[in-house]
Ligand binder design. Sequence first.
Ligand SMILES: *Cc1c(COP(=O)(O)O)cnc(C)c1O
Length: 369
Amino acid sequence: MNKQLADLKDILLMGPGPSTVPPSVYEALSAPTIGHLDPSFIAIMDTVKSQLKQVLNTQNRLTLPMSGTGSAGMETCFVNLVEPGDRVLILTNGVFGVRMQDVASRCGAEVESLDFDWGTPVDPDAVKAKLSANSYKVVALVHAETSTGVMNPASEIGAIVRESGSLFVLDTVTSLGGIPVLMDEWGVDALYSGTQKCLSCPPGLAPVSFSDNALKTLDQRSSKVASWYLDLGMIRKYWEGTKRVYHHTAPINMIYGLFEALSLVLEEGMETVFKRHMHAHQLLVDGLKSLGLDLLVEKTFRLPMLNAVKIPDGIDEATIRSRLLNEYRIEIGAGLGPLAGKIWRVGLMGYTAQPGFVDRFLDALGKVL
Ligand SMILES: *Cc1c(COP(=O)(O)O)cnc(C)c1O
């Protein structure tokens, strides 16, 4: 192998994603590339769709991985559901809510934002008040805000949105594979995720699922979907039915990788996977405490897979991060926006959520501090 690539061994990815990839996923990625209409490949696509339904806890027929990263999943939801002039409400308490506002406005929506302090959760009572006085075609929420480490109450918000008659769009890029995601039970109409967070597959695919309600909205559009590449009406003809129709060449090997990553999660069992994340999180919190470090987010709303660690006064945070990477081959993340310089983001996503990796990080952090 080319030396620049061969030198990349043993880096522990403990940032906000991508997470460390397990060996069997790398093996799956290097399986032989075959044709995108080969019956053997179509059988793999069908398995991946049914695996996705299992991890999302949904019966939705339209459940598939879009070509592109998590942001392509975000764009898929808005570009298919929103037409120019539609009213959209984004519940915002971090970077990814802000990104949703940008994406929805590029689809021509009239976008409103209901804002909450970064580091605190979206408040269901405020959402209820907003929806009783206004009506929207779409209300969108980020389940796990990776920029702050906050878990938003998706189930409660889902019930409120359903009552209002709006479509509920949920970002599960960081939550899927780390904490429960109950798409049907929560009344989610359109959901997107990504592969490189708690599924521990390299970046490149965005699982998406649409409810019957969302599909009806798509079927009743008066204008064409503004993106040819992300048009689910066309893409589903390649992913569903007995006669598959070419749309774009599927990223074959990425789908092998996702197939293996989902198999690992389902073989381990979802409950066991969630417990493993909680256990690693607890070990991390305890270890940080003995180093004199604390977390930004109040305990009840903390994400196990994304820990926002407050940076002590007088510490040059960028130096600590670059020493961790250069001397210990461990990557952690910086704070974003108003939290830049105030927090480190320590990820325990998917394969990275293991006691041995937590110990390796705590040991290295103790030394560099
Ligand atoms: C990472 C992330 C995204 C964007 O995904 P990309 O793969 O970077 O495009 C969107 N939402 C959340 C909550 C994320 O953590």
